[in-house]
Design a protein around this ligand. Structure first.
Ligand code: NAD
Length: 428
């Protein structure tokens, strides 16, 4: 997660410093916003299945809660570090702010590898995490969610422990719960659909008919599958998709120039988003090397797999036809590649705007839980569309007016809102 040469918190602070300079923020505001407001680090002793005791390290970082309770995932990872959590919590502040939901930024985690832990041991970690931090989290303070290697079951264990400690039902304490147990309809679709709402608006603003466009997608997991679904429903044509092949330990690109058939591909895809190579060949797909998703003759690229996928060494392989990149993954484009895309006038919908549909729907989950009344799926998706569309419009209008790159415009809007709120509250 973090090597000696790459410290995500240094990166997050450098990004912030650049925008703080553009916004000419006062020193006090800069000093406050470049650090998390609160950080908790604690131990979680667990009685293991073999009778021994193992002590795990837990974190929760609340970067800023001026705009509302902190919000962000709890991840389980053997290489988790406090600096990773700090960076992710700061990015959550900007993400919630750019879509203008009344939440701040938080993140947490436990240093552990769930692959090597029984369900009982994982449950003890979840309950232990809550016991250590129960007084500092809650529906009005800080609302956790699933993240890397945590799921809805972990969220339910955490919720149950929180409710046991506090003596009541507080379903708004945590999001990412299963539908029927406090989860929101539409959460599964939210990130992929949210991305396509922003893409639809970008094309509309450029006077491009979506039905005349072609796209190539990296990744075929939750975000990609729903992004392709809605893009296809709106009339777009996806011609290639890449994904990881666990057996061959490499990635492949699956291409059908006439347009992929989503249902056909879903039928031969495993739960990790891996497409069966032999069956895809039988269905008439060309199987190409993994990195070729980026080299296709398309109008739109949608990276929805991993970070650092468009970089200095491959950015020049992007076809001159590509005019839009909608970033579903977090951090798919390196700063060097970003400069190239900027100079080529590619319209980039930056990650923390394009993939904010997930957190926006988590916010809806929290709202529904707090009032104990749940909306129909159509209502959730309609509200999501409204939020994503207005967030996109605000960013693109600023970019147009001030001739800014979309990523810079998004950061300016997000950071400016938080800066104004910490000042309005009289904190600085
Ligand atoms: P997922 O685990 O469901 O799917 C990941 C996909 O990426 C799989 O199809 C996998 O085969 C593919 N993949 C992995 N390595 C690859 C490689 N080297 N080349 C090509 N494909 C590769 O994940 P997801 O939930 O769809 O998330 C995708 C990205 O979006 C991640 O960066 C995640 O952090 C980000 N994101 C997700 C959400 C959400 O709500 N799921 C929200 C915000 C951001």
């Amino acid at each position: 997660m973090e090597s000696k040469s790459y410290n995500p918190f240094n990166v997050a602070q450098a990004q912030f410093d650049k925008v703080a300079e553009m916004l000419e923020l006062e020193d006090g505001v800069r000093e406050l916003l470049r650090e998390p407001m609160r950080e908790y680090q604690f131990t979680i002793p667990v009685r293991m299945d073999d009778g021994s005791v193992k002590v795990f390290k837990g974190f929760r970082v609340q970067h800023n809660d001026a705009r509302g309770p902190a919000k962000g995932g709890n991840r389980f990872h053997p290489l988790e570090t406090i600096d990773t959590v700090r960076a992710l919590s700061m990015w959550m502040t900007w993400k919630c702010s750019v879509v203008d939901i009344p939440l701040g930024g938080g993140k947490g985690g436990v240093v552990c590898d769930p692959h090597h832990l029984s369900a009982q041991e994982q449950e003890q970690i979840c309950r232990g995490w809550v016991r250590q931090i129960a007084k500092n989290v809650g529906p009005l303070l800080d609302v956790p969610a699933p993240d890397v290697m945590t799921n809805s079951q972990h969220m339910l264990w955490m919720l149950d422990e929180f409710e046991t400690i506090n003596g009541g039902r507080f379903p708004g304490f945590i999001t990412g719960k299963p539908v029927g147990m406090g989860g929101s309809l539409g959460r599964t679709e939210a990130t992929g659909y949210g991305l396509v709402y922003t893409l639809r608006e970008a094309l509309r603003e450029h006077g491009i008919d979506i039905t005349s466009t072609k796209a190539s997608v990296q990744g075929f997991g939750n975000v990609a599958q729903y992004a392709v679904k809605l893009y296809t429903e709106l009339g777009g044509k996806t011609i290639s998709i890449s994904c990881w092949n666990q057996a061959d330990k490499t990635s492949y690109t699956f291409r059908k120039k006439a347009g992929i058939d989503l249902d056909e591909l879903l039928a031969i895809t495993d739960k990790f988003g891996g497409i069966d190579k032999a069956k895809a060949e039988e269905c008439g797909y060309e199987v190409l090397p993994g990195e070729e998703w980026l080299e296709q003759d398309v109008d739109i690229l949608i990276p929805t797999a991993l970070e650092n996928q468009i970089h200095r060494d491959n950015v020049d392989k992007i076809s001159t036809r590509v005019k839009f990149i909608a970033e579903g993954a977090n951090g798919p484009t390196t700063p060097e590649a970003d400069e190239v895309l900027k100079s080529r006038n590619v319209f980039v919908i930056p990650d923390f705007l394009a993939n904010a549909g997930g957190v926006t729907c988590s916010y809806f989950e929290q709202v529904q839980c707090n009032m104990n009344y749940f909306w129909e799926k159509d209502e959730v998706l309609e509200k999501l569309d409204t939020k994503m569309t207005s967030a996109f419009s605000a960013v693109s209008e600023l970019a147009r007016k001030k001739k800014l790159y979309m990523r810079d415009a998004a950061y300016i809007i997000a950071i400016d809102r938080v800066a104004k709120d910490v000042k309005a509250r009289g904190w600085v």
